[in-house]
Design a protein around this ligand. Structure first.
Ligand code: HEM
Length: 573
């Protein structure tokens, strides 16, 4: 709250300073500003002439007339009221836009015009940041203003100052609020997050996850069998779709004791994947206009009237239903009752620590279901594409895998997670794909904490939203090299000191204390699956000219990745 209240602190600037600064900004080198301001002034002049409404007293006069004449002129009252409301709203918006553009404490920072006047620019920025944001940073430098109170930064040295343990998230994250509780990811307050993380994070440590490695093996073996069936029939496989089905199955198996059955049945069982993807529209909207949408969806009556008709909320409902059905199944079906599952420890009361409420546990499950699918799908699809489409990378990688097979260093039926980490070139490809693709690629905003932040001699006030996009940070030439725009795994093998620096400033798992909780689960799944696919099959794009459909949402989305697989003989080497 302190951070929020501090948003409008002016840092000792006087009105005179502001006016002078605004005046210096209106110079002919900014023709777009001058043109827009002129249009605005002309528009107001026209309104003034047309409706003869030059002063506040005239507006008051109209208002009182409308009210007193109400009983006589019912046909006029509504249009009149609407007109005045419209006028008041327009005046407020213009005032806000002018304030944001010229008098806001962040007005000195460069950036897109619309970002400097309205929060609505976030609608565009949320998905365009990896491409447009990168260009803006190249043009304007390390800090750009994406919305009146939001600065995007691309200087990796700022990461520890922004993503520190006491930093609060901003309402940008307040999406998916249809339930009564929020998961860790959407928890804004750092203390509240620490409370939840203390309880949930131990479920996701590498040591705990070891017990699910055999479960992952079972699912990998099933997927590879399916792909093999298709490959013997010389049929192309939509790999991106199979990956999503596989991820839904693995998560369900680990979290509830049995797979959903997507890979076996060859479709999105219960429409769960569609449900997750449909929720994105709401995520985007709530993230951009939290002040409008959060009260709306939290209001009991509106929630009843509006929310059931939104496609996104149907998606969330499906996720919740899936969670509830699976929990009922677990408690009633004997073969599931004693199978160990991911969040078992959350359900057992433990006097030595706090517990999560049932709705908080449900929120974590729903969050994990969607994170487990999106983040990993955004990694596995492009990984297989990068390493198989580049002949030199593919040759080097396959030579390494063959060499390890020959030496008996890859066990079966599925390679172990520990074994995957021993292949240096394979691991360099993993790091390079995390860097280059950055599955979570949108901006990840935090409030500047009390006391503000000094950067380049300038004070950025407390309460400012500061955000970095992993995709942009990973293009820093100072950290990742002059060829940061190229996919080149070798960069991870050339110089130990540089590799350590790249690790230190990499934010593929996020940065600081609020890094990805599913990191170890993700690593285990992606390294084992990718290596096993490459080890068992020769992989080619069906049409190298049209390899997939790609959309940059908050995470990268891949569809229609048609690939041809041909069985390799394992153990031949
Ligand atoms: C390649 C795969 C993945 C990538 C690149 C990834 C990336 C990220 C990133 C960048 C964040 C931080 C976002 C922020 O600062 O706001 C994050 C948070 C999170 N991720 Fe992942 N993720 C992946 C897979 C997973 C998986 C498989 C799970 C769980 C099954 C998961 C669960 C979470 C959770 C719970 C958070 C919130 C952490 C918190 O706020 O404390 N992620 N992830």
């Amino acid at each position: 709250m302190t951070a929020l209240r501090a948003t409008h602190i002016r840092l000792g600037h006087s009105v005179g300073d502001d006016l002078r600064r605004a005046w210096t900004r209106l110079r002919p080198s900014r023709p777009l500003d001058v043109a827009l301001s002129t249009i605005l002034i002309l528009l107001f002049y026209r309104l003034h002439q047309e409706y003869n409404l030059p002063t506040l007293s005239t507006v008051m006069h109209f208002t009182t007339n409308f009210i007193t004449d109400a009983w006589r002129l019912p046909g006029v009252i509504l249009p009149g009221f609407l007109f005045i409301t419209f006028l008041a709203l327009a005046a407020f918006l213009v005032y806000k836009a002018v304030y944001n553009r010229y008098f806001h404490p962040l007005s000195r920072y460069p950036g897109p015009f619309w970002g400097s006047v309205t929060d609505l620019y976030k609608f565009y920025a949320i998905n365009s940041i990896p491409t447009e944001g990168l260009k803006l940073h190249q043009e304007h430098g390390p800090l750009i203003r994406l919305a009146p109170n939001l600065l995007s930064f691309c200087d990796p040295r700022l990461l520890p100052d922004i993503y520190h343990a006491r930093a609060d998230k901003t309402p940008f994250y307040s999406s998916w609020l249809f339930g009564n509780a929020v998961g860790m990811f959407q928890t804004l307050d750092n203390r509240e997050h620490a409370r939840k993380s203390k309880i949930v994070a131990p479920c996701c440590s590498m040591k705990t996850l070891k017990k699910f490695e055999k479960t992952i093996d079972e699912r990998i073996a099933e997927l590879c069998d399916r792909i093999k069936q298709r490959s013997t029939a010389h049929e192309a496989v939509d790999f991106s779709e199979y990956v999503r089905w596989w991820l839904a199955d693995v998560y369900s198996h680990i979290a509830y004791g049995e797979p959903l059955g997507c890979v076996a049945r060859g479709h999105d069982v219960n429409g769960l994947i569609d449900a997750i993807q449909s929720a994105y529209s709401m995520v985007g909207t709530v993230a951009v206009l939290p002040w409008l949408f959060i009260p709306l969806i939290k209001n009991a009556l509106l929630k009843k009237l509006v929310v059931p008709y939104l496609k996104a909320s149907k998606g969330i409902k499906k996720l919740t239903d899936n969670y509830e059905n699976m929990m009922v199944k677990r408690s009633t079906e004997p073969h599931l009752k004693f199978r160990p599952c991911l969040f078992d420890s959350l359900l057992i009361p433990n006097p030595s620590r706090e517990s999560l409420s049932p709705s908080e546990i449900a929120a974590e499950h729903i969050l994990f279901t969607s994170a487990a699918l999106d983040g990993l799908a955004a990694f596995i699809s492009p990984f297989i594409d990068h390493v198989t489409q580049n002949p030199s990378i593919y040759r080097t990688l396959m030579a390494e895998i063959t060499d390890f097979e020959r030496r008996g260093a890859l066990s079966g039926p599925v390679v172990s997670h520990a074994e995957t980490t021993a292949l240096p070139y394979f691991m360099a490809c993993i790091s390079e794909c995390l860097r280059f693709e950055s599955p979570a690629q949108t901006i990840l905003p935090r409030y500047v904490s009390a006391g503000g932040l000094v950067y380049d001699g300038e004070v950025i006030p407390a309460g400012t939203e500061m955000a970095a996009s992993p995709y942009i940070i990973h293009r820093s030439r100072a950290v990742f090299g002059e060829d940061a725009d190229t996919f080149r795994p070798e960069r991870w093998l050339e110089d130990q000191e540089r590799s350590a620096r790249m690790e230190r400033y990499g934010m593929w798992w996020g940065y600081g204390t609020r890094q990805c909780t599913g990191k170890y689960l993700a690593q285990m799944q992606m390294q084992k699956l990718c290596l096993e696919i490459l080890r068992r099959f020769e992989v080619k794009a069906k049409d190298p000219e049209r390899r997939f459909v790609h959309k940059r949402w908050a995470v990268g989305m891949f569809w229609e990745q048609e690939m041809m697989f041909r069985g390799r003989e394992m153990g031949k080497y």
